[in-house]
Design a protein around this ligand. Sequence first.
Ligand code: ZN
Length: 252
Amino acid sequence: MNAPYAPPRGPAARVDRWRARLFERAEARVRRDVAVVSVTFDDFPRSAGYAGAEILEAAGARGTYYVSAGLAGSRNHLGALFDPQDLIRLHDAGHEIACHTAGHHDLAAAADDDVLRSVAENAATLAAYGVKTAASNFAYPYGEASPAAKRVLSQRFDTLRGVRPGVNRGQVDRALLRAVEINSESVESVIAHVADAAARGGWLILYTHDVRESPSRWGCRPGELTQVVRSVVDRGLEIATVADAARRALTR
Ligand SMILES: [Zn+2]
């Protein structure tokens, strides 16, 4: 199996990331009286669609699945990826099917046309698979944004999610929302973010990949996800899909 793609890390990439945060912001505010958590899965592995969904449903909650339609039926370092039937099952159970580009490409240096073509292709493939609701939210593959991608995608989607940790609170950029990764090393820090959202309000978006007993370093064990979900429920916070949370939490 090939090594998974890793985005560039040098000084030039750091400047690009800084520019992506600074420019083409889509200003929005998180309402002061809102304290909500979204649990999201990227790509997504089948284990997220089974073990992940089961854990959320046991808590009466639903998740958001950021789908790269081109990964359907494949297998990679995250294990087996979703099948088209998984999308229908999750959608019918009330989970949100959101967009993660068609081919899971790094958009940091992509041309506008390629960005638009990729999300259009993803939408067409999901519709062909029978998903009845068009995706209204998006997550950047590898968390890699650019001012150009933010500009074109923020016109098409309600929210765009990155991977920079933190609770979304006060003035936010809905073209690059913050999110905290759940992996086997991060559970304590995730729970600290949950406590912060409970104490000070805001919209906490969590994300992970595979949910299985031997997870990749981008995923977590079922017991770890259960622990996170329990910490949210125990603090009286609500879990809502990104679509629901955006409707409730965001104002212009
Ligand atoms: Zn991804």
